[in-house]
Design a protein around this ligand. Sequence first.
Ligand SMILES: O=c1ccn([C@@H]2O[C@H](COP(=O)(O)OP(=O)(O)O[C@H]3O[C@H](CO)[C@@H](O)[C@H](O)[C@H]3O)[C@@H](O)[C@H]2O)c(=O)[nH]1
Ligand SMILES: O=P(O)(O)OC[C@H]1O[C@](O)(CO)[C@@H](O)[C@@H]1O
Length: 958
Amino acid sequence: MSQASAIRDSQERNTRLENMCWRIWNLTRKKKQLEGEEAQRVVKRHREREKARREVTVDMSDLSDGEKIDVVGDLSAHGDSVRGRMSRVSSVDTMANWANQYMEKKLYIVLISLHGLIRGENMELGRDSDTGGQVKYVVELARALGMMPGVYRVDLLTRQVSAPDVDWTYGEPTEMINLTDSLDVMHEVRESGGAYIIRIPFGQKDKYIPKELLWPHIPEFVDGALSHIVQMSKVLGEQTGSGQPLWPVVIHGHYADAGESAALLSGALNVPMVLTGHSLGRDKLEQLLKQGRQPKEEINATYKIMRRIEAEELSLDVSEMIITSTRQEIEEQWNLYDGFDPKLERKLRARIKRNVSCCGRFMPRAMVIPPGMEFHHIIPHEGDMDGEAEGNEHNVESADPPIWLEIMRFFTNPHKPMILALARPDPKKNLITLVKAFGECRQLRELANLTLVMGNRDVIDEMSSTNSSVLVSIIKLIDKYDLYGQVAYPKHHKQSDVPEIYRLAAKSKGVFINPAFIEPFGLTLIEAAAHGLPMVATKNGGPVDIHRALDNGLLVDPHDQHSVADALLKLVADKQLWARCRDNGLRNIHRFSWPEHCKTYLARVMSCKQRQPRWKRNEDECSDSEPDSPGDSLTDIKDLSLSLKLSLDGEKNEKSGTSVTALDFVENASKKKSQLDNMVSTLPISRSMEKAEQSKFQLSRRRKLIVIAADCDTPAALADVTKTIIESVKKDKSASSFGFILSTALTITEVQSFLELSKFKPHDFDAYICNSGGEVYYPCLNSEEKSPGPSFSVDSDYQSHIDYRWGGEDLRKTIIRWADNLNDKVPPVKEVRRLLRIQALRCHAIYCQSGSMLNVVPVLASRSQALRYMFIRWGINLSNLVVFAGESGDTDYELLVGGVHKTVVLKGICSDASKVHSNRNYPLEHVLPTMNSNIVECGNCSQEDISIALNSLGFSKE
Ligand SMILES: O=c1ccn([C@@H]2O[C@H](COP(=O)(O)OP(=O)(O)O[C@H]3O[C@H](CO)[C@@H](O)[C@H](O)[C@H]3O)[C@@H](O)[C@H]2O)c(=O)[nH]1
Ligand SMILES: O=P(O)(O)OC[C@H]1O[C@](O)(CO)[C@@H](O)[C@@H]1O
């Protein structure tokens, strides 16, 4: 009997062992495979980049020989010497100089941090994965900027969240940020001046949306933010007495999501944008792939990382400047992006300095401006800076801050020095290695206690899966190493407790540790230093710069558990080293100063070329103007779009694109120009701004606007759809107050033919958005009366509004070269965009007409941005607008669907369009909101179904 069971046991053991071996083999194989794929990707990327660099070098060869860069200026611009640059700044003299220079200015600054759990006081840091250092950074930056001479108003825009599971304060539309300086002096704030948190509603109401799921709602935020900025600029203009709107001097996005929002706002308003990344998608992706636990698809599904990377690339396309906290972020992180190359950036900057053409290339300047500290929370304690701190005996009395008792109750011997980690329980913070290092080092356990402050929690199972899995692993390790009585992991703490936690650790002669796999900067490290706590920190990322500036501890390889334990042991055991690090930290911490940050920041912002909405003729002046005056003339029609015809004669390949058999360039604007020059009447375009003013009148008095943006394959199909929509809408009794806009990839010449073919008159539409958003036209009044003369007037203000970063002739040359080299398939549009970005050519490339045409327009021109322009220019109400789109369409299709406007998706129209070209590395759900009452589907493009769709949007009833 017992022999049988022994045999059975051994068989079971063998089977288990065998299974385990299989599992390990399988995991290793999978890891190897993922590593192999990643290596291939890196090599491919590298090859493409090198090829593109060679091409750029050839294009700019006129100066490459002997082109010398101002190396000294250049290195300092990239923060090579953190120590050298960070001088004490709050000195009265420097501030006085600054004040003299800027006092007269009245600057309006817009900052954006999107997810919404932001408030001026008692921030809930560590509440979840969204409430990290960025929240503190943006609020403190807003406050510090609000106190700078010359800054009139700072708006920090974020999401309004009125959800039952978050505090009511996040639902308040406006919150004023207290402007206090280190002397607790309140700054005088006049009228609407000061610093504010402005909460814009977007996304599902009553629900907190984590940052990974916010992407589809960005267009709605942009529309809401645009409305706020336009209104505020007018108010500030009146208050500051200029009579003109006080437009923001900069729109500054924080993190990828706000970067994309800032890019769209900057394009809509034509004002400069800057970006702070805080934590970068490509780097996060690389780290996750290196860990080899998840394939790329799974990572993408969890973190929506490809969507985030596209937002970061767009931010690079548009930003004047990228602000980083460290040099490492520029050299090793931003360098991973298609649209950024530090070497090329330096080269372009050198050319600009010498007033030499950059051959249509643009690269944002990357600047290291480290964040600051708010020092007024810090209570200096006895012994600071005298080399002799208080003893390590704790006074566990009632006078001690409550958080001390909360921590002490975990310890058997509370008198030991405290190793402190304070971080969100995010896997990348690598707290697990820390617990292993502590648990496996007997000496360290004997000498010190460990405190882990990992955000706030009520029930572990209710936390996000990534956060709860970190906590569960830590609790299991505490059990495994039997660390009871030696490790504290309090459930709750408030923001006001954080200084007390550092103080407790410093008092115990403890050490702060940040063992993150990679830390972009690390606010906790400067917080610890300011409290007299030496540090052990990861050698990957920002801590290298912090260590260089403060010299207050040791750097370690976060993957090497033993080196973590050794460094901690060294600092805890060596009293002299500990005291030296503490003193160095306290002595140098002033280098992280918000006033200094703001001074450098404002100087840089002011050196960007200032742009703002500017119209040739103000509303009041237009009646004085001469119609058709040559002043608005041919030069106004800029060469701002390129079209490349891709012949579809070859066989279609649904995955990789379309076979090309012929290529043909059409440069719309130049054609028009020459036609106008020759006064050829076949293209009836007026240059008259008066005509545009008439259209403004027409557009702004419309109660509702219908935008027809169906991307049909043929003019006949477009004519059918258009007729059905217009006839259906005209049945409404208030139809006379409805206006129509045609929004298309067609040129105005093609539109003219389309109108003739379908028996429409130019004035059947109030406006024409042509060339995929590259141009806007209005019908001329006389076109109604069939009188001779031009039928359309071009909006040349629109052209000046969007021409930012247009690569002109050099862009054209590159696209021709690309087309010449195509010998097989036309690649997906995402590849075209990548190629142009690598070349530092900033534009918006769109496949149209089922992939038979490539339209290239300025980087922030699009059909949806043209509508935002009409909001600013003509005051049209975006929420009173319905866009009719097909089931799919040109590759700018998805941009048309989100926002505060309504959308009717016509099922069955252009349903095949998306198959010939893929423009994304991520699914459509990462772009478009799935549950949005502003979007309805129309089962059939019939008049009845269209009426039903409009009714369900409440469109015809109002
Ligand atoms: O339980 C916690 C955890 C954190 N914090 C605070 O939250 C902030 C955390 O900031 P940081 O250490 O910088 O990390 P992240 O939250 O990851 O912040 C991101 O953004 C910061 C600002 O750009 C950068 O410094 C970081 O490297 C970057 O990862 C600090 O002020 C902490 O005091 C708490 O109050 N309680
Ligand atoms: O892990 P990720 O997605 O890179 O995010 C880190 C970012 O998220 C936040 O926690 C959001 O506030 C930031 O502190 C930081 O910028």
